[in-house]
Design a protein around this ligand. Structure first.
Ligand code: ZN
Length: 113
């Protein structure tokens, strides 16, 4: 019984090109396997420029997202500061809760029974 040679992957991975080529010359199974690999390799070469272009676009998109996060983040931080000013004004302004006659604790917070 003539079983299919399965050394191609091992030689391709672990041996040098010369060993691989020598084995391919004497083994029809591996020749077929090698041709398949060449087709995949050619296909990859064909696809590579398109993929590279996509990658560049992705980097551009990522840069835009980062910029957007900084811009939106900066604006919301300013918003937050403004809100804190408002809260500070209400709490520490001319009139506190105590001035309105509400029961407060030692922190000046409204006490609820
Ligand atoms: Zn072989």
């Amino acid at each position: 019984m003539n079983s299919k040679c399965d050394k191609y992957e091992a030689i391709f991975t672990f041996a040098d090109d010369e060993t691989l080529m020598r084995h391919i010359d004497e083994c029809p199974d591996c020749t077929a396997e090698h041709e398949k690999m060449q087709r995949v390799s050619d296909l990859l070469k064909e696809v590579k420029p398109v993929f590279r272009k996509q990658k560049k676009t992705n980097v551009l998109k990522a840069a835009c997202v980062v910029l957007a996060v900084f811009v939106v983040g900066g604006i919301s931080f300013n918003e937050l500061n403004r809100n804190y000013d408002v809260i500070g004004h209400i709490r520490y302004g001319d009139m506190s809760i105590e001035d309105y006659g509400f029961p407060v604790d030692s922190y000046g917070l409204l006490m609820v029974d």
